[in-house]
Design a protein around this ligand. Structure first.
Ligand code: XMP
Length: 330
């Protein structure tokens, strides 16, 4: 039984003792609550000896990289390097049309490659400076349920989707793991984030998958498809927030279907793409129910998307439960 302030104090002391006076830590941040809270704790414990890296993979939400960068650097004072690798990811995703697992592998592997390159650069620069020691540690935002899952979850469903994770995969760097959140549940991480002054929009953020919009753009991921998915998603989330429903929903997004339908806009017939909205309520993400929006809300979102997003002429609401559906569309 402890308060959040006590936890922060205790954890900072533990991190300092582990890392020592000169030790350095590296870690990936995504803009999600877990990695942000973990990064903020490191910043409080060891200042700029914690090096955060964010890889922009080109399939993040609209303006995400920019917003996260501002919040983490200007807002939270975290020593952050942003790598814009959009072109590299999109180049590799080109031509992958009907294999979601291939998208995941490409994004996971490219992420590790880039994180490793950047980590080596930072390590070399740090090694050259006298006041600092070598990078010996890798930060992971692992939560208690992940710890339990990796111990006990060995069933066949573990391989239904390969969830990507940095792991201790930094070849040749022999990093030790540091996991300040490993005893906490999600609601505790949120409380901790609030205590540490992390902005509310970040603390309460819906989870976002590592492969990002790539698994919400069915079929080929191209810059144009990314634009459409980002704009539609942005409108949907904006309306959910405006209606005061964001916290009631566990996860919501707009998916882009790889088909065209006919519509009429103004006095012209158009042949354009179809957006599927998805919003679910769940406690553990293993099962989920479709969110029961009222019809007026859906209508408003549909009107806005069709009017504002070039290339879309229809909007559907996806109502499948999990199971048999999954939360993501791929
Ligand atoms: P599904 O689609 O399996 O999603 O019902 C359950 C939860 O996991 C997230 N998800 C992923 N997260 N990499 C991730 O980091 C992935 O490849 C991935 N696939 C699904 C999904 O967003 C939901 O929260």
């Amino acid at each position: 039984n402890w308060t959040m302030e006590e936890f922060v104090g205790k954890e900072i002391a533990r991190i300092r003792a582990l890392v020592g006076e000169k030790g350095q830590v590296i870690g990936a941040v995504s803009g999600g609550v877990d990695s942000t809270v973990a990064a903020k704790l490191m910043k409080e414990a060891i200042g700029d000896r914690f090096h955060a890296i964010m890889v922009d993979n080109g399939v993040m939400r609209l303006n995400e990289a920019k917003i996260v960068k501002e919040t983490l650097t200007a807002g939270l004072g975290i020593n952050l390097t942003v790598v814009d690798a959009s072109e590299r990811f999109l180049g590799k995703l080109k031509g992958v049309t009907d294999d979601p697992e291939k998208k995941r592998k490409i994004i996971g592997n490219t992420f590790i490659e880039i994180f490793q390159e950047k980590a080596k650069e930072i390590a070399e620069a740090a090694h050259g400076s006298e006041r600092e020691g070598e990078i010996e540690w890798l930060l992971q935002g692992t939560l208690y349920p992940d710890v339990i899952e990796s111990i006990s979850f060995k069933g066949p469903s573990a391989t239904i989707k390969t969830h990507h994770n940095v792991g201790g995969l930094l070849e040749g760097m022999h990093l030790k793991l540091i996991e300040p959140l490993r005893e906490l549940f999600k609601d505790e991480v949120r409380a901790l984030g609030t205590t540490m002054g992390i902005p509310e929009y970040l603390v309460w953020r819906h989870p976002f998958p590592g492969p990002g919009l790539a698994i919400r753009i069915l079929g080929e991921v191209t810059p144009e498809q990314v634009r459409i998915a980002q704009e539609a998603d942005h409108i949907f989330i904006e309306e959910i927030k405006a209606a005061g429903l964001y916290r009631d929903i566990s996860q919501a997004y707009a998916a882009l279907l790889p088909v065209k339908a006919v519509g009429v806009m103004g006095d012209k017939r158009v042949h354009a793409q179809v957006i599927a909205l998805r919003a679910v309520q769940t406690t553990d993400f293993m099962t989920a129910e479709c969110y029961p929006f009222d019809f007026k809300f859906l209508n408003r979102v549909s009107t806005r998307i069709v009017n504002e997003v070039h290339g879309v002429c229809r909007v559907l609401y996806e109502v499948t439960s999990k199971p048999p559906g999954t939360i993501e569309m791929e």
